[in-house]
Design a protein around this ligand. Sequence first.
Ligand SMILES: [Zn+2]
Length: 453
Amino acid sequence: MRLPEQEENRILLERKHAEFTFDKVIQFFRQTISAFPDRRIGTNTSYSIEDAALGAFSVFFTQSPSFLAFQSAMQQTKGKNNAQSLFGLTQIPCTNHIKSLMDEVHPSYVTPVFKYLFDGLEKSGHLDGFRSYDNNLLVAFDGTQYFASNTIHCDNCSRKHHKNGTVTYSHSVVTPVIVAPENNKVIALQPEFITPQDGHDKQDCENAAAKRWIDQYAAEYQPFGITVLGDDLYCKQPICKKLLDQELDFILVCKPDSHKTLYQWLDELDAMQTIETVVEKRWTGKTHEIDTYRFANKLPLRDSENAIDVNWCELTTTLPDGKIVYKNAFATNFEVSKSNVKQIVKDGRARWKVENENNNVLKNRGYNIEHNFGHGNKHLSSLLLTFNLLAFLFHTVLELMDEKYSLVRAELPTRKTFFDDVRALTRYMYFPSWEAMLTFMMRGLEIEYVDTS
Ligand SMILES: [Zn+2]
């Protein structure tokens, strides 16, 4: 019989084995892009598509628009460079080459990297800290616009025609990310672009993109236990039905204006005084706040014969003088009870993290870098957004798995300082590996480190 301690050691060993190193991820990235079928694309064939992809990625990863230019200069003076040693580039392509090569590559050629990172995080136990109600992972959906112009456009822009004859061209994307109420890290999953679809005259929309995501990826993630979070826009019969068919749970914002039938039922239950209530007083450190939870089960989501039943809960937070400081309601497939209403509302509220911790960070960090590459004619814009998302995710993964990385990040006051340092260091100095650069930073910061591996 296996001893419990041995079993524990076996699991620990397995988990350690599943951990990523910087080089392992870069290698997988390279392999993934090398699966791109047409090798004869672009105007210049002297650069490989892998070099162009890793080159673009390195710019987002280092948050340095001039990274490749600096590395070309270093190659001339030192005969070696960091694009080669850190990111495995064989030759450094210039911006125009990257642009013409990457414009042909549909983002779906790099999306396997998202699942690869998810699997590694899951196997190594780093997603345990994200588990929420019913031991599920919360996946928050949100649509965000990342490009808009009245003049620049490509084949895949969404178009809005104005009365005065002008047109606004834009790109938006639905970004599902794993969030947790008590965790400031987020884990991005594959994005789905809101873009004119083949064979459809109608403009694409966030809802349709979310449905495509569910069709394409739900089965991959369902075995891990998933609760989908979304705003009121997602709280519609077709999406809820799709989620239930795929055996995904959901907690979605449910507003009165867009759910008239459901709220009529609630009014009737209210009149009969059958809506259950939980009241809790909470000390914020400054004042008492009163949380009033109300809930009811089995209500029709819409006014139709085949309407699906959902369960509903609401939180109203008031100050001692009765002033409301927070109010929101959710529809869910979880049966709501006095014992779980608090946790369900807490999970539902974690939705905002997709905007705050993911999409706003992306906007502040990488959008301007995308503009340096220009817009392209086909896929450039969406591919670069995918690189930006991946770069952000990769930093989160390193923070969770790379001990040296997390020590350096913890020592530096802000994210900006870290990127400023990486930019300056990689411009002036050559590092044979990612590890060597982190070791250099740790020495400089006088961080004590005991190698336990
Ligand atoms: Zn476009």
